[in-house]
Design a binder for this molecule. Structure first.
Ligand code: ASP
Ligand code: MG
Length: 418
């Protein structure tokens, strides 16, 4: 059994769906197809959530944009043979209407999950129905009944033990299944999500629980590159990476795979292929249990949208273990993720992913005890396998707020280029 994951860019229009079907058709093994919301639909659903939660009048308008987008794809794919798809999609929209017609609960995150999930519910319904339509019988599976999490909405934690039997029962004997990335459910049937861009993680969870032979993530890039091709020229593809290298890269902000994806695969030694959906026969990259030293080129990652925070205890006491554990406790309670930390005698600096609301709340909590300074417009540049030339090229004359180096990795917190 193999697992294929298709992200939003691969199914952004009818031709994308046709291309997906072509790729699926080439496989003669048992296959699980994990799909994200089409194009930028998750962002579109976020607008719905915001309006709904804040009682704004434009909810219907945001929903109409979503309906129109999917309608164009459905019309193109099914022509006048749309009875089945129309019934299924109408049912999903009526579930959404039911939610929108009531008053929102007090929990934004709960509302977020149950509304945004329709992006994946709709995309998988369209794809599964289209596969059947072209005589590739596929079964649609509601992943919310198989991958079980706690109720930590928007960043739910998966209970692998409870999910095991449910996933095996739902997927094991089937030849071709289509299911949602990013979504999961609680034991009490509430919808949860695994964090933005979490569909890769879904593919890895399913592969782990079902002992799949491999996972393939189909992307709009030819594989794992040594830098973001949208930012740099002359980037190169890295054909083989170890799990360790991949987890370091994704943690540093390489967007090619979601950071949580590697662990479930490494634990079962399942290889992860990253391939281009535009050139599906090209080899792409493989992330695998490679323990020998690989001769890798410098790999560099710009992690944007960071904030550099510096805390100094007002009473001049040391930043020691107890203080650190408290600070990290506060960070965790606001779900802020730190990507770099540096301590000195009475000051502590850290770079965190910027989330305006939670960041302000955290500052409010810390400011009585600490003098708090921060800089919001910063980026974190990580260079793995660095050389002097590449550091000069990327950092050069730029102002550097914090710098850290070990034998393999150099990291620089610098003001973002406007
Ligand atoms: N559709 C979700 C998102 O855009 C999950 C994913 O794409 O992996 O964040
Ligand atoms: Mg997406």
């Amino acid at each position: 059994m193999k697992v294929y994951k298709f992200g939003g860019a691969s199914v952004k229009d009818a031709n994308g769906v046709r291309n997906l079907c072509e790729i699926v058709k080439q496989s003669d093994e048992k296959l699980i197809v994990v799909i994200s919301a089409m194009g930028k639909m998750t962002n579109a659903f976020e607008l719905v959530v915001n309006s709904f939660f804040n009682h704004k009048a434009d909810v219907e308008q945001h929903i109409k944009a979503i309906v129109d987008y999917h309608e164009a794809i459905i019309a193109d794919l099914f022509g006048d043979q749309r009875d089945t798809i129309d019934t299924l999609i109408a049912d999903l929209y009526s579930q959404l209407d039911e939610i929108i017609s009531q008053r929102p609960s007090l929990s934004y995150d709960f509302e977020y999950d149950r509304i945004v999930s329709f992006g994946e519910l709709i995309s998988t319904t369209i794809v599964a129905t289209y596969l059947c339509h072209i005589n590739l019988p596929a079964e649609w599976i509601d992943v919310r009944k198989c991958i079980i999490t706690d109720a930590n909405h928007r960043d739910a934690n998966v209970d692998m033990e409870v999910s095991l039997d449910l996933c095996q029962e739902a997927f094991l004997d089937k030849q071709l299944t289509v299911t949602q990335g990013f979504l999961a459910g609680t034991k009490t049937n509430q919808t949860t999500t695994l964090g933005r861009e979490g569909s890769d993680y879904t593919a890895a969870i399913l592969a782990n629980l079902l002992n799949a032979e491999s996972v393939t993530i189909w992307k709009d890039v030819p594989g794992v590159m040594n830098a973001d091709p949208k930012l740099y020229e002359n980037v190169q593809i890295i054909p083989v990476l170890s799990y360790k290298e991949a987890i370091e890269l994704s943690y540093c902000g390489a967007s090619v795979i979601h950071p949580k994806t590697v662990k479930p695969l490494q634990n079962k030694r399942i290889p992860l292929h990253v391939k281009s959906f535009v050139h599906p026969t090209k080899p792409g990259s493989v992330i695998t249990n490679y323990t020998e030293r690989l001769d890798l080129p410098p790999i560099y990652i710009n992690k944007r949208n960071q904030v550099l925070l510096s805390l100094t205890p007002r009473d001049f006491s040391f930043i020691a273990e107890e203080r650190l554990s408290k600070i990290f406790g506060v960070l965790a309670s606001y779900r802020l993720k730190s990507s770099l930390v540096q301590t000195a005698a009475i000051s502590f600096s850290l770079c965190v992913d910027y989330n305006e609301v939670n960041f302000q709340r955290m500052i409010d909590e810390l400011k009585d005890e600490y003098e708090v300074l921060y800089n919001t417009d910063v980026e974190l540049i990580t260079i793995r396998h660095y050389t002097k030339e590449i550091v000069d090229k990327l950092v050069g004359e730029r102002l550097v707020f914090v710098e850290q180096r070990n034998r393999v990795t150099a990291r620089f917190v610098v003001p973002a280029i406007q």
